[in-house]
Ligand binder design. Sequence first.
Ligand SMILES: *Cc1c(COP(=O)(O)O)cnc(C)c1O
Length: 374
Amino acid sequence: MIPYSRQSIDEDDINAVISALKSDFLTGGKRVEEFEEALAAYLNIKYVCVLNSATSALHLTYQSIGLLKDDEIITSPITFAATSNAALMLGAKPIFCDIKYDGNIDEKKIEDLITKKTKAVVPVDFGGNPVEIKKIREICDKNELFLIQDASHALGSEVHGERVGFFADLAIFSFHAIKPITTAGEGGAIATNSKELYEKIKLLRSHGIVKKEVWNQDMIELGYNYRLSDVACALGLSQLKKLDSFIEQRAKIASFYDEAFKDNPYFFPVKIPPFAKSSYHLYPILLDRNLWCPKEDIYKALHERGVGVQVHYKPTYKFSYYEKLFGKMELKVSEDFYKAELSIPCHQMMSLEDAKFVSETLLEVLGSFGTCKR
Ligand SMILES: *Cc1c(COP(=O)(O)O)cnc(C)c1O
């Protein structure tokens, strides 16, 4: 089975981890700062704080801007649940904004959702395809809101000549196994140009405890243990060096697909706008309406043939936990997107032969499906 995404770990990565394991500090050592500095330089953002997951990063980001009970954030429902879950952890309320047919938040629909309680807008760069960040930046500036970018898919993506994250107040990245790079399964980071927010986040990452003199410490906030270990950071440092080559390989696969799927009658791929460059964390396609109904069977047939497609995402508001809290809701494009979307295999461990196999199998399988009555 060719999975929709996967990690690649080579000898250099393994050696970096081994040397971290043999060193004096397994956590709290110099590799943490080295990884943070390397990320900051890569992103051209002043401060980076690494954490044990992007979920922790979202939680501390929301806490650092002072998000309180009954405050609101405006975000997309077409994302991993953690984007809005982390707001719920603080008693705040996610307000879901509909998306466009590329899976990204519809910036034209944001302003109508702003209330006195809104504190932040939280767009997600779906599959690595950058959101309309300049327009969202304008809306946030005009309404004095924080722009928090959930860039979990988008480390290495570019928009208007800068790396994704640059135009946000705070940007979140994930180092989960199959995200653009990994720190050994789990990990995340926050990037910001605000020294004040960075320092708050660092304090909360490690129990809210500050060192005083000799053994004396003080605890000045209720914090967590959201630290990332030196062993994980060693892998992160090694992986970051390869990120651009990972993206290059994924872009090759994507452009092969773009060509192979031109004018096909079954679906269209999501287009990357000319002012942007995607990390190609995902290669999403949108099935034609008459293939929405048999999508479950299409998914199964593709898996049987060795093509590990996935669906991203069930709209967050459809989870029973959310329905219990906020009642049922439906956003038109999000609903359509969920019915139409399939993420087909696209990762740096694939060859062009693999891509050829995927594209041929996909077109063949889709050709065998008609409409169905359910
Ligand atoms: C993966 C992901 C997260 C959560 O990342 P973890 O590192 O697994 O906590 C959050 N948001 C988005 C959009 C993601 O894809």
